[in-house]
Design a protein around this ligand. Sequence first.
Ligand code: BMA
Length: 365
Amino acid sequence: MSEPIPFAEVGLLKRHPQNPLLTSADVDYPCSLLFNAGIAKYQGRYVMVFRNDFGAANRAESMQRKRQGLPAFDGTDLGLAFSADGVKWEVQPEPCIGLETARELIAPLMPGKDFGDELKRFYDPRLTVIEGRVTMCFAVDTAHGLRGGVAVTEDFEQWEILSVSVPDNRNMVLFPEKIGGRYVRLERPVDTAGANRLRDDQAMMWMSYSPDLRHWGDSQHVLATESIPFANSKMGPGAPPIRTEKGWLTTFHAVWRDNERGRNGWESQWPKIYMAGLMLLDIDNPCKIIGFCDQPLLAPTAWYETGNDVPDGDPFDGFREDVIFPGGMLLEDDGEVKIYYGAADTVECLATAHVDDLLALCKPL
Ligand code: BMA
């Protein structure tokens, strides 16, 4: 059971009645947590690349491992699923980027280093279709810092990594088209070490530009924790933005930290609540916020988000309760917006709303 969260969401989004849409039970290879997926519509179907943490299956197993001095998880890789309607998904029999593949892909970008030990996790994929190809932003944890990168594929079998940032940066998402002749991404630098380490409540979202998806620069600041009424800790991009008549509509993640919070999920102490926020960016100058929603778009309330009132017989055992992390946002022809999000760092869910209603939430700045 987790404690009530201090913020109410706007109450506009409809959670899909079949939530959670995807769980580890849908996967045939080792999978404990299936969450924080990237989603795109590509070549007539929906495609999802999801984060898979594999190891302990539940809290009891993780405690047992802890007693043996073992980590809860053996690794993190990326799985693949397809769908005809964006609701019913078929998970492919193998991960699309296993840890070994991730190491091979990253190695050329770290010449002279043994990436066997260097790469710790490959995670949090975000998909954007640009110019007929699927680009995927991702995060890698390395022995020398967190890095964010951009990969590209046309078939989900062959991947090319185009760029990986210097430490410490991640949470990258790409806009679906060039703006002013350049590719654009939102990102969230993280400062993990050193005397000048940013405080947790000074997180900032930035935007960088690129002529070729490889070289990134001309970076500009977009949003900081101080400007989000329901955040006092980290924040950063969520799902890749969608184009609307009024501007680029985009989600972000925002963290409320309460150090008094006790046991949560598998951990004896987990002080953070993750929520989804919403804002509107200028169509030609996307580092300019032109509309902002002061309340969380989504705050943890459903059983698969909070871990409270889990239906009898459901094996759900949330790893980190009270976490909502948006990773996919699709605009359908009839104006429906599908927002996919990881819940409790454990399962993948869907919530929907009409684009006009979402735009109305973004009050002009
Ligand atoms: C962040 C990332 C996310 C995760 C969140 C909550 O640091 O690892 O993937 O959802 O923490 O645990």
